[in-house]
Design a protein around this ligand. Structure first.
Ligand SMILES: C[S@@+](CC[C@H](N)C(=O)[O-])C[C@H]1O[C@@H](n2cnc3c(N)ncnc32)[C@H](O)[C@@H]1O
Ligand SMILES: [Zn+2]
Ligand SMILES: [Zn+2]
Length: 341
């Protein structure tokens, strides 16, 4: 089943079961695919081929073929000279992130490029002329907010769509977590991620029952706790684009999470969709889900969350590396236990 993409209106969003059913084969070569060209990523454009063919049988492209096309278009728009390399194009993000042991073979709209020195017109040409590219993002650093009262940083979607997903794996199962990648920070899907190891440990010890994911971003940890069998989850983030991603992720993973009903607090949701209200302070309940687990989604400062939400047994605090969590920890002491991720 395909859902309308909230970012671009096209068919970027599939439900989790459908993605998980096919993900093993998604990026595989067919038996007619030519071997990976393995171009030297630091070779100058003048020494690179003009083009690399897609497979005549399955139609998929190698990553090198797509990045080479993008480099040629950037050169055509005067944004790269012939001494620049494939690496200079930027970072490729596969539209469904999944840990791969090999370089992916790409189908239509399966790659987002994030980088610097990418103009809008060139980006539009890239999306229009390279079928595998879903979107092009100009990077200005880590997007989002470091605290509820700090200035937010956003990257710029130059063309196409910025919505992509990561498959999150753990010993209690998998979920699909969508992220608006120009507004929410990038965290690659990987096997045995240290964060999942912490959740798995808590799970084995029977401590995932009633959990707050206080800085939840798109909802990764809180929703994994719901999958692990928690009876109540409180998700919170002060950055509206992340909260909007949580709501999409509830819908996408509805069946896997045993959700029966999702209730939206429409008035609050409309409010946080306005860019002027992206950074939240006073916590506001924007969505509730019920079924196997009761889930509440708040937009606001974690330092004030428990003036609105009932405290939980366990509170997870997953801040950006190096951020000071002392004040937040103090504010969450009403929960029985705090775990810094
Ligand atoms: C490292 S990210 C969380 C990643 C998330 N747990 C995941 O696994 O996808 C930190 C998050 O904290 C949020 N944040 C920072 N300060 C906050 C505050 N005072 N209150 C609420 N959210 C805050 C940011 O918007 C960001 O989404
Ligand atoms: Zn889209
Ligand atoms: Zn093929």
């Amino acid at each position: 089943m395909v859902m309308k993409c909230p970012a671009c209106g096209k068919d970027c969003v599939k439900i989790a079961e459908d993605i998980l059913a096919n993900i093993d084969r998604e990026y595989m070569a067919c038996r007619d695919c030519a071997p990976e060209p393995n171009l030297d990523k630091s070779r100058p454009l003048r020494d690179l081929p003009d083009e690399l063919q897609r497979c005549h049988s399955c139609g998929k492209a190698t990553l090198d073929a797509v990045m080479l096309d993008a480099l040629h278009i950037l050169a055509e728009f005067g944004l790269r000279d012939d001494g620049e390399t494939l690496r200079s194009v930027g970072s490729p993000l596969i539209a469904v992130g999944y840990p791969l042991a090999y370089s992916p073979r790409l189908g239509p709209r399966s790659l987002i490029i994030i980088g610097e020195r990418l103009g809008r017109q060139a980006a539009e040409a890239i999306v229009e002329r390279i079928p595998e590219i879903r979107g092009v993002i100009h990077s200005r650093g880590v997007p989002g907010i470091r605290g509820s009262l700090t200035m937010p940083n956003e990257n710029v979607l130059l063309a196409g769509c910025d919505l992509r997903a990561d498959v999150v794996q753990s010993l209690f199962g998998e979920l699909v977590i969508y992220k608006s990648q120009s507004k929410v920070h990038i965290e690659f899907s990987r096997q045995s991620s240290p964060k999942m190891k912490i959740l798995e440990q808590l799970y084995i010890q029977g401590r995932i029952r009633d959990v707050t994911d206080g800085l939840s971003g798109p909802g990764t940890l809180g929703l994994m706790c719901a999958l692990a069998g928690a009876k109540r989850i409180v998700l919170n983030d002060a950055w509206s684009p992340a909260v909007q991603n949580i709501i999409l992720n509830l819908k996408v993973n509805k069946k896997l999470l045993g959700i029966e009903q999702i209730e939206y607090l429409e008035e609050h949701l409309e409010r946080i969709k306005a860019p002027a209200n992206y950074v939240g302070f006073e916590p506001m309940l924007v969505c509730r889900a019920s079924g196997k687990c009761d889930i509440e989604v708040y937009h606001g400062d974690l330092g004030r969350l428990f003036s609105k939400a009932r405290p939980t047994e366990l509170c997870l605090i997953d801040h950006f590396p190096g951020a000071d969590t002392k004040e937040l920890e103090k504010a969450c002491r009403c929960c029985k236990e705090i775990v810094i991720i």
